[in-house]
Design a protein around this ligand. Structure first.
Ligand code: EPZ
Length: 442
């Protein structure tokens, strides 16, 4: 089944269906099976990694999401060739050949829509000695600077200049191995410098590296391509630069945040969902929190089974942290569940400075939430009521869907293009489990 985005990609004219909204009539305990797609946050750096090699990189289990389309556009704009193979049910694969590159600029209109565009910097700098990437600008959840990426590149010998809103990075004699210690954990910063280090001359040590599963997936793919990386999965990565990389095929790991989002859907509706390809090892902290809140979480041969409704949802305290701590990308989803819990919950967001945009929208549905700086106090209410609400960012969108699934009456979520960036076929996956959900196109 080709999603509208993939159809428009193939026909060459991307159309942002930003007028679409989603209507949900809540109150149905979900029951059934959901196939978990490949991880968006692994796919994007993996696609950028293809720029490191003159040989093709084939990625399988790619989710068909608008962000994947956007990254594809960025890469073809740089001169890479992409051959998308679309499976009959949607999950797709792509073979990316970056043998010939026609440019090293990532333009503002692409970067502003997708911050992950900055991940082309490391590969371009390492292979071609230059990269000109628009400063991403802020987004709904915070300013999200890239200063740590740039400092890391300077440790590898790059010269960085900021002109006219663009980052101009050069390394005319190539990058040389260096010692990078990140002052704070940065997923994108780790990924960017890891890719650059693969072709640098000599050894690079990356200290305080992010350990997210998506970083591990990228490192494993780079090793498949011929990179020499030690310490994968730890906070210290050692990379011996190599002259070039070879052809490789890599399967994108399952999306742990999609898994966690649907796990919360089972809990908040008192349902029973089997999440095929879900791997508990990718999101232990979130599943532990789900158990503490009263849901039953168990592993099956094909993935995970989540059962809600066995006991009332209990209010629990949460604090987001880098992996393996509780993921910031699951904060909004848990807040929706805490809104209908018995008791109170304190949710503290330590990663982003403005990741409570879903709070006012949840309050429109009757939630009792008060934000105090980086923490939100959620006092559970017996029931939420459906209302028209506005999606502001990707994870806020799914949080509103979850609230709508549990609420009495109809919820209409506007601006769902945010949702299409990170959740493949969300309405069909939920409808197949009994949700009364439909997409309303203007
Ligand atoms: C990645 O973003 C993910 N995106 C985010 O998922 C995720 O929330 C985040 O990591 C944290 O896990 C992708 O992988 C495409 P960071 P990233 O660099 O790499 C600050 C989603 O919903 N920082 O780890 O941009 C930054 O402002 C998205 O799927 C600097 O100050 O996150 C933030 O406060 C949202 N300077 C903190 O570090 C820098 O140079 C963590 O950012 C870089 C980051």
């Amino acid at each position: 089944m080709l999603t509208p985005f993939l159809k428009s990609w193939i026909s060459g004219n991307i159309k942002e269906t930003d007028l679409d909204s989603i209507s949900i009539r809540g109150g149905v305990p979900l029951s059934g099976t959901i196939e978990i797609s490949g991880a968006k946050n692994a796919s994007l750096p993996l696609m950028a990694a293809a720029l490191l090699s003159e040989n093709p990189l084939t990625l399988t289990n790619l989710p068909n999401l608008s962000d994947i389309i956007s990254m594809g556009h960025l890469l073809t704009g740089l001169g890479a060739e992409i051959n998308f193979q679309v499976g009959k049910n949607g999950p797709c694969a792509a073979t990316i050949s970056a043998a010939k590159i026609s440019g090293t600029t990532a333009p503002y209109d692409v970067v502003r829509k997708m911050r992950a565009s900055v991940l082309v910097m490391g590969p371009l700098l390492a292979r071609f000695g230059e990269a000109r990437v628009s400063l991403p600008g802020g987004c709904a959840i915070g300013t999200r600077p890239v200063d740590l990426h740039l400092q890391a590149f300077e440790h590898l010998g790059a010269k960085i200049k900021l002109t006219e809103g663009y980052i101009q990075a050069t390394a005319l004699n190539g990058l040389r191995g260096g010692h990078v210690i990140f002052p704070m954990v940065t997923v994108g910063g780790t990924e960017n410098v890891l890719m650059a280090a693969c072709l640098a001359d000599g050894e690079t040590v990356i200290g305080n590296a992010a350990r997210e599963p998506e970083v591990i997936d990228l490192a494993q793919c780079l090793v498949l391509m011929g990179a020499d990386i030690r310490g994968i999965g730890t906070d210290t990565l050692r990379v011996q630069g190599v002259p070039s990389l070879r052809e490789a095929t890599h399967a994108v790991l399952p999306d742990r945040i999609e898994t966690g989002s649907y796990a919360v859907a089972a809990a908040i509706t008192g349902g029973d969902l089997t999440l095929n390809n879900g791997r508990i090892g990718l999101l232990e902290a979130a599943m532990e929190a789900l158990r503490r809140a009263g849901a039953e979480v168990c592993e099956t041969e094909t993935g995970l089974r989540i059962r809600g409704g066995l006991r009332p949802i209990k209010g629990i305290d949460l604090m987001t942290e880098p992996f393996p701590g509780f993921p910031t990308d699951m904060q909004a989803q848990f807040m929706a569940m805490m809104a209908v819990a018995e008791g109170a919950s304190m949710i503290t967001e330590t990663i982003f400075e403005n990741r409570f945009m879903h709070v006012p929208e949840l309050c429109r549905m009757g939630a009792d939430i008060n934000v105090h700086g980086a923490s939100a106090i959620v006092r559970g209410v017996p029931k939420l009521s459906g209302a028209p609400v506005m999606a502001t960012d990707l994870r806020a969108s799914i949080s509103l869907i979850l609230a709508g699934l549990a609420a009495e009456g109809e919820t209409v979520i506007n601006r769902v293009y945010h949702l299409d960036r990170g959740y493949e076929s969300v309405e069909s996956k939920l409808a197949a489990c009994g949700a009364r959900i439909e997409r309303l196109s203007d």
